[in-house]
Structure formats: C-alpha cells, structure tokens
Ligand binder design. Sequence first.
Ligand code: NAD
Ligand code: TYD
Length: 333
Amino acid sequence: MKLLVCGGAGFIGSTFVGLRVREHGDEVTVLDALTYAGRQENLRDVESEIRFVHGQIEDPEVIAETLGSDPPDAIVNFAAETHVDRSIADPYAFSVTNALGTHVLLEAARQRALRYLQVSTDEVYGSIETGSFTESSPLAPSSPYSASKTGADLLVTSYFHTYGLPAMVCRGSNNYGPRQYPEKLIPLMILNALAGDHLPVYGDGRNVRNWLFVEDFGRGIGHVLAHGRPGEVYNCGGPDECENIEVVTRIIELAGADPSLIEYVTDRPGHDRRYSLSCEKLAGLGWRARTRFIDGLSQTVDWYRDNAWWWEPIRSGAYREYYERHYGRALGR
Ligand code: NAD
Ligand code: TYD
C-alpha cells in the first residue's frame, strides 16, 4: 500500500511505520511537526526507505502539497498532543492539533476520496469501575486530552455518515515499549529507577490501566486498515490490567532499584480510576495481542538500559524544565 502516516515520528507512529515497511513493503510518507515528542531518530532504521515531510496537520497547504498529484491509498493519523498532564497544564494545543488537525486531514481525504484511519484512545470512554467498554459504550472523556480526541473521533464518524468517506477509528489502550517519551508512566519510572531517582506515584497508586505492547497496537492498526469496515470503530486493548503500584514495583525489580525510591505525590486532577476495553470486534477480524505484560515490560526495561543514546539528549534538554515544573509541584518542592 501507499500510505501517508501523520505523526509517524512519535512513539507509536514510528513503530507502525517500521512494521509497514519491513513486513508489508509499503510505500510510506511520514508527515510530522517534530514537536518535543517527535524525533527523526525514531525512524532511523527506515529513513532511506521512506519520504519525510516536516509539517503540521492543521495546515491545509502542507497537507495538499504532501498529497500532491499522486495521492496515497490511505491516510493514517497518529499526530496528536498525547500527555494528559500537559493537557491539564496547557490545554489549548490539544484542541488545535487533535481536533482541528484531524478536521483538516478529513477534508483533504474527502476531496480525494481517500481511505482514512484515525488512531484514538480508550480514554474517550472515561473511567469504568467494573467490566469493559465496547465500541458502543457512551463517550465520557474526563481530561482536555481525551475530550479533544473524542471530538476528533466524532468528526471522523460524521464524515462517514455525511459524505460517505471510507473512514475508521481504532481506539487503543495504554501503550508501552521502546522509544516512548519519558513523560508517560512506564518510561519515566524505568529511567528514574535506573538513575536512582524518586518514583512519583499519583494518589494511592491503585488506578488501573490496560497495558498494550506497542507492536501489538501497530499490528492491530494494520489489521483495521486491511480488514475494517468503513464507518466502524474498533477497540484494541492489551491482555493484562494492572494497578500503577504493581507496574512500578515490577520496574523496580527489573531495574534492580531500591523500593524506597517510591514517593506518593499529589493526585492528578480528574484522574480516571480504571480503563478496560472489550476487543471482541477486532478479534473477529483475526487480531489478538501477542505480548504478555510481564514479557513486554522486561523487553522495554532492557531497551532503555541498552539505548542511552536515545534518551540522554531528552533527559538533559527541555524535558528537565517540564519535569521540575510538574514534579517539583507534585513533590511539594
Ligand atoms: P507521541 O506523543 O509519542 O507522538 C505524537 C507525534 O505527533 C509526534 O511525532 C509529534 O511530533 C506529532 N505531532 C504533534 N502535533 C503535531 C501536529 N500538529 N502536526 C503533525 N504532527 C504532530 O504519541 P504516541 O504515544 O505515539 O501516540 C500516537 C497516537 O496514538 C495519538 O493519536 C494518541 O492519542 C494515540 N494513542 C496513544 C496511546 C498511548 O498509550 N501512548 C494509547 C492509545 C492511543
Ligand atoms: P500516563 O502514562 O500518563 O497515561 P494515561 O494517563 O494516559 O493513562 O499514566 C498512566 C497512569 O500512571 C495514570 O494512572 C497516571 C499514573 N502516573 C503516575 O502515577 N505517576 C506519573 O509520574 C505518571 C506520568 C503517571
């Protein structure tokens, strides 16, 4: 296939691009704004095999130029502002990229009748105490991040209903794996544990997340692209649910760190208690997550241990300022 992958220099997008080039021989153009979370280094294994365009999805001219006169078979959109804590501190960019940016891409897809796949999140459903969300559960986002992703999902399905655009949505649960920016729970805890720094656990540490190894999500998205029905939404969740404190304790064991590094800090405002997805619909198309959490976590700790070249420039740059601003406050400094 010939694909335009927006946000392909980020964590999940770069994994997806690697899979598509290596396993499917796809012809890929990546369009990415290279925000703090996007890096061309993430694409270094495939850089000679893809085309890279530096630009923003909310810029219609860049999108038109990128699509050019020989458009792709499909647009797959990963581009987003993705961190809940940043959306609480500074929400506006989330509406611009996640909602408006998606709208611009949908218009471009509509004008050229292109297949469109929106990469979305389980957070659009909000929190669930027991049981699991299906694709027909009500949407009840809690954070500016999840609200902006919900707006995007609704635009996507509206373009199917109104214009017949062959558009689909794939909603993933919490991802983890190599090359995830260390603002998210797992890479943050791994790098802090390896460095002997504090491990800041929000609230009582008993919030539950449904962990999905990033390659499993990449394959799930590929599955929806190949076999999904236009206008449909597909959940894509991991095989294991875990309380945050269990995740942190496992990381401490795998990194050989001291459990006294755990520090309970002020909770995140509006913190969703539990996410859980029912994925029978995608299983019906033949997809299943292959990686158990304990195995994927061990691989991920090893990857961060062995790839300091990837994270050292991040830890010494603007990330430090973000970390001090965010955790300085949470740690009461
Ligand atoms: P990420 O933050 O690692 O990467 C986001 C990418 O989008 C970066 O490369 C960034 O440069 C790019 N980007 C940001 N704003 C842009 C803009 N205006 N124009 C073009 N590019 C822009 O995110 P990720 O974790 O790889 O998430 C990718 C997608 O998957 C997002 O849509 C996210 O909502 C969704 N998702 C993430 C998770 C998760 O656990 N990380 C789970 C489910 C769904
Ligand atoms: P995160 O990785 O930010 O993903 P999301 O909020 O999108 O699920 O957080 C995962 C869980 O870990 C969530 O319950 C918040 C918690 N958390 C901490 O306890 N400490 C931290 O420093 C971070 C970043 C998250």
